[in-house]
Design a protein around this ligand. Structure first.
Ligand SMILES: [Zn+2]
Ligand SMILES: [Zn+2]
Length: 239
């Protein structure tokens, strides 16, 4: 009984943390968006309400596996998440987040493409595409089935790829910020970066916005690697 209540409390705490993270970070970028682009979300109040509702439901779905794994990490030393700086060579510190982002991107690209098959689209992914155009509140606006595909990624990866707990924090930060800035409806990243050599491989609002316009291209999450390899890269739009 003690064990089950500890797991339940951990899942509940994670749900609350993820929901608060969503409200604070999406709220911050929504505020910046309205200041930088006055009127950008005019007439979208009903859509924003739906985006917030689906996102809060997603927070609970993300919170459950995260809470179980966090409990196992603390209580039983589960996972390959480490806290000592010298547990692995120093050069590995920045490598681990890149591996996490690439593997997450790979998983996202292929599950996302699958979800664009007509039957799966209606069942799992239409909720996300109901955001036309998306807003800063759409970052976690997923149907529960789609949220499950996202919720398992980090809880599985921490069993497979060693990472320092601080680097895991950086992965979660990048995940959160990129999820939002890809949906805010305008390009926050300077043109000089987007049109640089590095920028040509990164996904920002200009790239993901085209996915929300055309559906058949730009399936990636962080990097354009898979879209380019599989010839699904439809270039940039001007949100
Ligand atoms: Zn999207
Ligand atoms: Zn899609």
């Amino acid at each position: 009984m003690m064990v089950w209540s500890a797991i339940f409390l951990s899942a509940l705490a994670m749900t609350v943390i993820i929901a608060l993270r969503y409200i604070v970070s999406s709220g911050l970028f929504a505020w910046i968006s309205v200041r930088m682009r006055p009127g950008i979300y005019d007439g979208q109040n009903r859509q924003i309400q739906r985006e917030i509702g689906w996102s809060l439901l997603s927070a609970a779905i993300y919170g459950i596996p995260a809470g179980i794994v966090a409990w196992g990490w603390q209580a039983h030393g589960w996972t390959l998440v480490y806290t000592r700086w010298d547990a692995y060579p120093l050069w590995y510190l920045p490598v681990a987040p890149l591996v996490y982002l690439f593997l997450h991107d790979t998983w996202f690209y292929w599950t996302h493409r699958l979800m664009h098959r007509p039957t799966l689209f209606r069942a799992m992914h239409a909720v996300h595409h109901a955001s036309r155009p998306p807003t800063a509140w759409a970052a976690m606006s997923f149907h529960p089935y789609e949220a499950i595909t996202g919720a398992v990624v980090i809880p599985v990866l921490v069993f497979l790829v060693p990472i320092h707990v601080a680097m895991l924090g950086i992965v979660l930060l990048i995940m959160t910020v990129m999820g939002i800035i890809n949906h805010i409806g305008w390009e926050i990243v300077p043109r000089s970066i987007i049109h640089s050599r590095l920028g040509a491989w990164l996904i920002t609002a200009s790239h993901h916005h085209r996915h929300h316009e055309q559906y058949r291209c730009n399936f990636g999450l962080y990097f354009r690697v898979w879209d380019r390899l599989c010839r699904t890269d439809g270039g940039l739009s001007e949100p």
